[in-house]
Design a protein. Structure first.
Length: 334
């Protein structure tokens, strides 16, 4: 049996044991999977070889360091997890990012692929995670891991070669291979999604009406601030801006996130709204958040599905931050 699949990256390969060979062609290299033997992986960027058997534990070498991956049995088939160097956009290290796949996910089952119970602050790596790790001004999610009758609080994340979840002080740390159930703090995440989308509405409105770029920003659940290159503002600016933002919220515009090839994304006019920033030069793909009819930006955060889900926004204060900048503070009030 032969299956031809174009794969850019992190490959999940399912085979019936004893069913022959599976050949998977990857862009920039080949992935050859033998149902009775091992697995050889070559990927775009020269990912080298990965050797893995169909049972037990094997060490899989990828970029950075080795990590143990379980080959789990599921009824009549066994599952092979194959990791190439070039990762899918939704992949961070060995973690498939469910927060990008579907930001409404709050609970899911997963497996611990790395941890060190003797050093809890080193973090926990899951094969699948809906915890947003923070970035772009949006704080990381909080939540819990539930396993074997115990609970581990997740109070922070650390991004590096992996997506590390930081447990609460004194909480137990599950060992590698443990099946756990993850749960994101729904109130915190949902409020942050509303706040983040509210900032994009604010940014889009200011850019449309004044042509101003963003020079800084920050958010916490339910409140945020954004700095703009606005040397002067007209009388009544604060109330007029609040009214304009809430009119866009009431318009119930769709908010859509999609991943585009870098060249296609950068062809979008005014994609980058920050004054001094561009997406990383090495990124072959860029995630874009589109408030349809108002604002399109490169962005990695989580958002609600429409502007109406933000609720009412109040412009709390407009501050002068030097001769060239104005700081706008907002909060959710409905």
């Amino acid at each position: 049996m032969t299956i031809d699949v174009r794969v850019d990256v992190h490959v999940h390969v399912y085979v019936h044991v004893g069913g022959g060979d599976v050949d998977v062609g990857a862009r920039g290299g080949d992935v050859d999977v033998g149902a009775r033997g091992g697995v050889g992986v070559g990927a775009r960027g020269g990912g080298g070889d990965v050797g893995i058997g169909v049972g037990g534990w094997r060490r899989v070498r990828g970029r950075g360091r080795a990590i143990q991956i379980p080959a789990a049995r599921h009824g009549p088939r066994r599952r092979l997890w194959v990791y190439a160097r070039a990762m899918a956009f939704e992949q961070h290290g060995h973690t498939h990012r469910l927060d990008w796949v579907d930001p409404t996910i709050r609970e899911w089952d997963c497996t611990v692929v790395w941890s060190d119970p003797a050093d809890p602050e080193a973090g926990i790596v899951l094969d699948r995670s809906a915890f947003y790790p923070g970035g772009g001004g949006q704080p990381p999610d909080h939540g819990v891991l539930i396993w074997q009758g115990v609970q581990t609080r997740i109070i922070d994340t650390r991004k590096g070669d992996e997506h590390y979840l930081i447990p609460g002080p004194g909480d137990p740390v599950p060992h590698i291979g443990t099946t756990v159930r993850g749960a994101v703090d729904d109130e915190r995440r949902t409020t942050l999604m509303r706040t983040h989308s509210g900032l994009h509405i604010l940014c889009g409105t200011v850019f449309r009406d004044f042509g101003a770029l963003v020079t800084g920003g920050n958010m916490q659940p339910g409140e945020a601030r954004m700095d703009f290159n606005l040397p002067e503002v007209p009388p009544g600016f604060k109330q007029a801006l609040e009214d304009a933002v809430n009119a866009e919220i009431a318009a119930d515009r769709k908010i859509v996130a999609r991943v585009l090839p870098r060249e296609q994304a950068l062809a979008i006019p005014d994609l980058v709204r920050t004054q001094d920033a561009l997406p990383p030069l090495e990124a072959p793909e860029i995630r874009v958040v589109d408030i349809v009819g108002l604002d399109v930006q490169a962005d990695g955060g989580t958002h609600v599905a429409s502007t109406a889900q933000v609720g009412r926004v109040q412009v709390v204060k407009v501050e002068s931050k030097g001769r060239q900048n104005r700081r706008v503070r907002i909060k959710l009030v409905g």
